[in-house]
Design a protein around this ligand. Structure first.
Ligand code: TPP
Length: 304
């Protein structure tokens, strides 16, 4: 399968997975709110496919279902975790915002905005001290980019020479606040460069270019042992959380990177791949739903 087609296949699976999670949420099967990654799949798959070192580690935000899947976590176990089932990645105790699949290099996602970033610095420091060629990557939003812990981690990564890739997915919104307002119109890529690291923009609508750029910058981090930063522009194709009814969304209608990608492929092939992805996502979420068993009640014995 050619590179663009396999990117489309993986990204379409994540898109369909999120739609099925949305359906499950609407039916009341998901404890709490879910933050869907729809719009960011292409960037996440493009970057994760270059994180192939056996010791590479990734951390993500509250919007990380797709990231866990892009790193190869078992879709049924991801769905079961989101649904709070015993068969989930962490027995249903973490839920949608706390996914973990360390055996696949997915160290953790985190519901505290920006908190996943210093965790990745710890993974990068470990990789550096073990000198076994591993690197870390951390995904966060434009809102998180203004968190003190994130800015401190950028400084630390430069001063300690950590093999850490910062990936800021700029969807223009932190909840309902525009990125321009929250950052005073600052150029966030230039701000990262000012810490003293290589910093680039990635077009989240251009699949082939994103794959090439990801491979090059990950190679740079691995070979140099230094940090780097990517600002990827992505649309947020859903509300802050699924089901949110908000007027501001009307002002943020965006093109869909997956539709753009499908247009660059043979239409019959793209449609077949999309339908297969849809079926696979349906099966994964259904299997998780059919597990039936809820997570055990939280108690001291369970936690210990
Ligand atoms: C420390 C902290 N402050 C506030 C929140 C509430 N909150 C959850 S997501 C979010 C917006 C984050 O925006 P961004 O980092 O751009 O990520 P996006 O949701 O756009 O993917 C906020 C304010 C939180 N979870 N943690």
């Amino acid at each position: 399968m050619n590179t663009l087609l396999s990117l489309y296949k993986e990204a379409s699976f994540i898109r369909a997975f999120e739609l099925h999670i949305a359906v499950a949420s609407e039916a009341g099967h998901v404890p709490g709110l879910v933050h869907l990654c729809s719009g960011a799949e292409l960037v996440e798959v493009a970057i994760c496919r270059s994180l192939t070192g056996p010791r590479d580690q990734v951390t993500g935000s509250h919007r990380s279902h797709g990231l866990a899947l892009a790193m190869g976590a078992d879709p049924v176990a991801v769905a079961a975790e989101i649904l709070g089932r015993k068969g989930g990645l962490s027995k249903g105790r973490g839920g949608t915002q706390h996914l973990i699949a360390p055996e696949r290099g997915f160290l953790a996602s985190n519901g505290i905005v920006g908190a996943q970033v210093p965790v990745a610095a710890g993974a990068a420091l470990t990789a550096k001290l073990m000198a076994a060629g591993g690197i870390a990557a951390t995904f966060f939003g434009d809102g998180a980019a203004n968190q003190g812990a994130v800015l401190e981690t950028m400084n630390l990564a430069v001063s300690l020479n950590l093999p850490l890739l910062f990936v800021m997915e700029n969807n223009g919104l932190g909840q309902s606040t525009s990125a321009d307002y929250a950052s005073g119109g600052a150029d966030l890529c230039a701000r990262a460069a000012a810490f003293g690291m290589k910093a680039e923009r990635m077009d989240g609508y251009k699949g082939a270019r994103a794959i090439k750029q990801s491979a090059e910058i990950i190679d740079y981090v691995r070979m140099s042992g230094k940090p780097a930063f990517i600002e990827a522009n992505v649309p947020r194709l859903s509300g802050h959380y699924f089901g949110e009814k908000a007027d501001y969304l009307a002002h943020h209608e965006a093109d869909d990177p997956l539709e753009d990608l499908a247009e660059s492929l043979d239409s019959g092939v793209a449609e077949r791949v999309r339908l297969e992805a849809e079926q696979a996502a349906h099966d994964a979420v259904s299997d998780a739903l059919n597990m039936g068993e809820a997570a055990p009640e939280k108690s001291a014995e369970v936690v210990l």
